[in-house]
Design a binder for this molecule. Structure first.
Ligand code: DCP
Ligand code: CA
Ligand code: CA
Length: 375
């Protein structure tokens, strides 16, 4: 039976930029203390101070020459380069810088999809400067970030997110790479297979077994074979190696808080009832946090009494929280301070605010989960 052939649609009309900061945490620390730039620099607590625990969040390029990289244990980094300087990360500071970078993007477009603390996609097909050249805009952004924040970034420019991301990675640090529709397939054919997003440690051996080592090998495979072997990812890889990836730049509104509240027709009258309800609410909040892949530093308890007086009280911690038991125990501590069931309780609510993505804390997200631009 002849295979049905659908023409593949490739939207090459858009102008997409991907910006990724260079050695982000390390560069911020070097900027704020130039002495550090002279040494291999590892952003982690020194294993000496942690009993060997701790993970490298990132390292400057000097330290990378010793084989040090993100997600490696700080102990291993120390063994690779004992003279490296270790500086603990300051996430609050990096978040602020991330917002400053975002503000620069917003001079050019509102169509911004932040992918993590240090990277984002921008759709500049139409933009605030009426500038036709996306390459020029990318250069302006690099210039602004350097002049105003004394930091460097790499930029990729192309007609879709997949290619823009590969392009920003192509000449790092301080790079800028343009991939045109005409060049895309040649560029992709030259890539080692592990550069294709989604092809991770587990998939590479399977690819190799099928004789796929490069984009070129991937290009030769039929859509059917790729789907049979790799399912959804095979479908998508068949298209990507042809330069096709039509997903839009999603303007994600960053959620600032996650909360739940319940109103009771019959006011709650006992301490036990209230605590049982708080436990349930905490569970719901933990579920929502998980869905959003977020954790937060502040817990807010809201209580409305039968006479409709309402109080909210918050507590902020040094550590992030996201587990239901922790949310419940903190909410019930606040409850002990403000509670009292004499008046009858008409509403209970728990909110977790001061949120950040779980990824910032070295927790790896499963592929194909929320926020994956390549699915
Ligand atoms: N990060 C982290 N844990 C990881 C990976 C990264 O905490 N496992 C943090 C530290 C990085 C920042 O996120 O500075 C951005 O991550 P990148 O992967 O973009 O790496 P860098 O910006 O550090 O370096 P590069 O120049 O290679 O982009
Ligand atoms: Ca980066
Ligand atoms: Ca990044």
């Amino acid at each position: 039976m002849p295979e049905l052939q659908f023409p593949l649609k490739n939207d090459t009309s858009r102008k997409i930029i991907h910006i990724d900061m260079d050695a982000f945490f390390a560069s911020v620390e070097e900027r704020d203390n130039p002495e550090l730039a002279k040494h291999p620099l590892v952003i982690a607590r020194h294993p000496r101070d942690t009993g060997g625990k701790g993970v490298v969040t990132t390292a400057n390029y000097k330290a990378r020459q010793y084989g040090i990289h993100s997600a490696m244990s700080a102990q291993k980094a120390y063994e690779l380069c004992p003279k490296a300087v270790f500086v603990p990360g300051n996430h609050q500071k990096y978040r602020e810088v991330s917002h400053q970078v975002r503000a620069i993007f917003q001079r050019y477009t509102e169509v911004i999809e932040p992918m993590s603390i240090d990277e984002a996609y921008l759709d500049v097909t139409s933009n605030k400067k009426n500038e036709k050249s996306a390459l020029k805009i990318a250069r302006f952004i690099q210039r602004d970030i350097w002049q105003e924040l004394q930091l460097t970034c790499s930029a990729g420019v192309s007609y879709n997110k997949f290619l823009a991301k590969l392009a920003s990675d192509y000449h790092k640090p301080k790079g800028i790479t343009l991939i045109t529709p005409e060049d895309a397939v040649d560029f992709l054919k030259d890539l080692p297979i592990e550069k294709f997003y989604g092809v991770g440690k587990k998939t590479v051996p399977k690819m190799n077994e099928l004789g796929i080592f490069t984009g070129s090998d991937l290009y030769e495979k039929s859509e059917m074979e790729l789907i049979q072997n790799f399912g959804k990812m095979g479908y998508s890889l068949y298209r990507k190696v042809r330069g096709i990836h039509n997903a839009p730049v999603n303007v994600i509104r960053q959620r600032k808080s996650v909360g739940r509240e319940l109103t009771y027709g019959k006011p709650l009258a006992t301490e036990e009832e209230c605590l049982a309800q708080l436990r349930q609410i905490a569970e719901k909040v933990a579920e929502s946090l998980k869905k959003e892949q977020k954790h937060g530093k502040t817990v807010v308890l809201k209580v409305r009494y039968s006479d409709f007086t309402t109080i909210t009280k918050r507590k902020t911690f040094n550590e992030y929280i996201h587990e239901k038991d922790k949310i419940f125990s903190e909410a019930s501590l606040i409850w002990e301070e403000v509670g009292g069931v004499e008046k009858g309780i008409r509403l209970l609510g728990i909110t977790v605010t001061n949120l950040d993505p779980l990824t910032y804390e070295n927790i790896v997200l499963p592929l194909w989960d929320t926020g994956n631009p390549y699915s």
